[in-house]
Design a protein around this ligand. Structure first.
Ligand code: SIN
Length: 290
């Protein structure tokens, strides 16, 4: 056992992006459970870099579920029908003839409207279009750190109002959609509910502070008028998504990606009409943001 631990972990290589946000991890086979040392190393890299990609990992659904559970229990995925017989796996599928906007096309942190949103999302590349379809991340901790101390102090006591309504609500984007969509979206009154979270959250592992707002799920700021909320949130959205905070992931089949929803927002880029794109997605339960 000790040999295996030594052998596996000593081969793991972490190649961070130049900015330090995002990294590629090689030298391990995720089809077998990671031993404690390897898992510790991967968790450390994840805490340091926020988004990890593992190229060349041809995982079955059982193996994807098993890797997910090494990071923690499954999160709860609302509003999208899961894969048959796999209540914790979503298939993100867009057929070549689909005209509906690709799923996940706006900046968001997954399910941030939940009382305890998922800590992590894992996405596994099945069918990758030859063009487009990248996933793009913004570093909300880097963006927070770059604000002036005066702005940081002003944001510190604020709570942001999150809701799934704009997307999955009874008057949301999916409710109004007329184009065919392969993914089965469940529009619901439940989605119109709101939940508040600190606008700046503290990461439970690193202690880093990060902006916790996104254009898709944040409706406003508690106690402010719509105009006041819009002015502050509009500034923050533009600030967070500047080039210096961005990590772009270009997909290859069998790459596994894991990102930290407590530190990042992301969007799925389109640009692949006429081509199939298929991903398998799981989430890891998170904690109440503080
Ligand atoms: C998402 O989970 O928001 C979709 C990401 C992607 O399909 O690239």
């Amino acid at each position: 056992m000790l040999d295996k631990v030594h052998t596996q972990s000593s081969k793991v290589q972490v190649a961070p992006a130049a900015s330090g946000f995002g990294a590629v991890v090689t030298g391990l086979n995720l089809a077998s459970p990671m031993d404690e040392v390897t898992l510790g190393q991967v968790r450390g890299a994840w805490a340091d870099h926020g988004v990890l990609s593992f190229p060349g990992q041809p995982l079955s659904l059982d193996e994807l579920e098993a890797v997910t559970l090494q990071f923690g229990p499954f999160g709860v995925d609302p509003f999208i029908a899961p894969m048959p017989g796999r209540p914790n796996v979503l298939e993100l599928r867009r057929e070549p003839d689909e005209k509906a906007t690709n799923f996940g096309a706006g900046w968001h942190s997954d399910w941030s409207f939940q009382p305890a949103p998922p800590a992590a999302t894992l996405l596994h590349g099945q069918v990758i279009p030859p063009v487009g379809g990248d996933t793009i991340f913004a570093d909300c901790a880097g963006a927070y750190a770059a604000l002036s101390p005066v702005m940081q102090d002003m944001l510190a006591p604020l709570r942001a109002i999150h809701s799934a309504g704009r997307a999955y609500g009874t008057k949301g984007v999916f409710a109004r959609e007329t184009e065919k969509r392969t993914m089965q979206i469940i529009v619901s009154e439940e989605a119109d509910k709101t939940h508040t979270h600190p606008l700046v959250r503290t990461h439970p592992v690193t202690g880093q502070k990060a902006l916790f707002v996104s254009p898709v799920y944040t409706l406003g700021i508690e106690g402010m008028t719509p105009a006041e909320s819009q002015a502050i949130l509009g500034f923050l959205f533009a600030h967070m998504t500047q080039a210096e905070f961005i990590f772009r992931h270009r997909w290859a089949k069998d790459t596994l990606l894991i990102w930290d929803n407590r530190r990042t927002i992301h969007l799925a880029e389109g640009g692949y009409d006429g081509h199939l794109r298929v991903m398998h997605r799981t989430t890891v339960a998170g904690e109440v943001p503080v």
